[in-house]
Design a protein around this ligand. Sequence first.
Ligand code: S3P
Length: 171
Amino acid sequence: MNKIILLGYMGSGKSTIAKSLSKIQQVPYVDLDQYIEKKVKMTIKNIFETKGEIYFRKLEHQYFVELLENDQDCIIGLGGGTPCYANNHELLVGEGRTSIYLKASIDTLFDRLKVGKAQRPLIADKTDEEMKEFIAIHLFERSYFYNQAQHTVVVDHSIDQIVADIVAILK
Ligand code: S3P
């Protein structure tokens, strides 16, 4: 089976890109956050608030492995932090796996994350100024893990261009 794994910071457009790619490639798309929410019948926000981040990271690892091990071709959209915990970055490569880092600039991420930040536990209570600094530092810390992906696609331009770049990688 083939697993296409999309990773990148919050707001890098993983879901939007994955949905479009899924139509073009005729391969189903699974969003890891949504998969977890369905499995434990709680929202991510709720899991963070009531059980804490460490508990969430354990679930995230467990369900990422579950998705990789099932025998269906699929596009897996990871959460922004998935590659950075529980040695998940080591799962980005291997037989039948293609991992793609969707790389966005700090400005792109800031503009996208300003809208709807309340639903994202890591930035929900930050002012715009705090958020920009947080993104810059956090992205720097996470880059090592994101760079373990086999491919990198810059996502600061149109969705059509991004999807075309990914399709070219998959050929
Ligand atoms: C997180 C990103 C979120 C979600 C959780 C933690 C992170 O996913 O998994 O809130 O650590 O960056 P998205 O990147 O899909 O928003």
